[in-house]
Write a protein that binds this ligand. Structure first.
Ligand SMILES: Cc1cc2nc3c(=O)[nH]c(=O)nc-3n(C[C@H](O)[C@H](O)[C@H](O)COP(=O)(O)OP(=O)(O)OC[C@H]3O[C@@H](n4cnc5c(N)ncnc54)[C@H](O)[C@@H]3O)c2cc1C
Length: 254
């Protein structure tokens, strides 16, 4: 496919960059930050103009927290999560102010860190699992990436075409604000553009394994909400949960 044929414009220039990362979600940003640690320059192209502002993932497991720690970001990620003393229980309710059906009890961040500090050296987890919404963590990652010279952020732009030309990958990036197209030539193009990945589809790579509709968990539609409130609606439960699931007709709501 000719460069620019999907966007209808003639791409500007063809500057060479080592790596183009398509997608500035958590995976793309972490890759760019990790590459920068090894002094490898990258360009991150992301359709949205900034980090996402709606809720998505919430749980950062110990290994993920260790990656943040290596980049010096673990404390900042902890700071945008639930308050240190807040339980991280997952509770299931009939309604937000209704009856509690079930609960998976889990310690607060403070309790987890205390257990780490008093644990035996051999079984220490340096960074226990943490709950912080992805939209807040992405803001931390993006802000940090803005200050890293080896990372060029092209937010508000989309990868609309690419071709492997043996000695380089030619990438066409379209400016979402109507600024036309730019052509980049890179050694590696990395698709970090999410589950519906344009890069993956263009390369004809499919998924393997169970489809989501075959799974008991994650099947059907789901609504994800994020609520920040001074006062929590009164429920039959006395202990707050870090994450709540509610029963709504024909869908899951969390
Ligand atoms: C409700 C919900 C709850 C979840 N809970 C958890 C959890 O608790 N813990 C956990 O680990 N995971 C969780 N996940 C999964 C997690 O959100 C995803 O695994 C994660 O967002 C994937 O990150 P990513 O960077 O690969 O892709 P994405 O976050 O999808 O980011 C991809 C980025 O690429 C951009 N993009 C797409 N196409 C292009 C293009 N052509 N050009 C330029 N940019 C492009 C998009 O705008 C987007 O910003 C949850 C997901 C959902 C929906």
């Amino acid at each position: 496919m000719a460069a620019g044929s999907q966007s209808g414009g003639t791409p500007k220039s063809g500057r060479r960059v080592p790596i183009v990362i398509v997608g500035g979600g958590p995976v793309g940003l972490m890759l760019a930050l990790d590459l920068a640690r090894y002094r490898v320059r990258s360009v991150v192209v992301n359709t949205g103009e900034s980090h996402r502002v709606f809720p998505k993932g919430n749980t950062h497991n110990a290994r993920t927290m260790e990656h943040y720690r290596r980049l010096g970001l673990a404390e900042r990620v902890r700071a945008v999560g639930l308050p240190p003393g807040h339980a991280t229980d997952v509770g299931y309710f009939t309604r937000l102010d209704g009856c509690e059906l079930a609960r998976l009890g889990m310690p607060s961040s403070r309790e987890k860190l205390a257990a780490r500090d008093s644990g035996a050296g051999v079984d220490q987890v340096p960074e226990p699992v943490h709950r912080a919404n992805q939209m807040y963590v992405e803001a931390v990652l993006l802000e940090h990436a803005r200050g890293v010279p080896a990372i060029e952020l092209c937010y508000g732009s989309s990868c609309v075409d690419f071709a492997d030309e043996r000695d380089a990958v030619r990438v066409v990036v379209e400016d979402g604000a109507g600024g036309g197209c730019e052509e980049l030539q890179c050694q590696y193009l990395v698709g970090c553009d999410g589950g519906q990945s344009f890069v993956r589809h263009r390369l004809g790579i499919g998924f393997e394994g169970e489809g989501s509709l075959d799974q008991q968990f994650f099947s059907g539609s789901m609504t994800s909400t994020h609520l920040r409130a001074r006062a929590w609606p009164s429920t039959s439960s006395t202990r707050r949960a870090g994450c709540t699931g509610r029963s709504v007709p024909n869908a899951r709501c969390s």
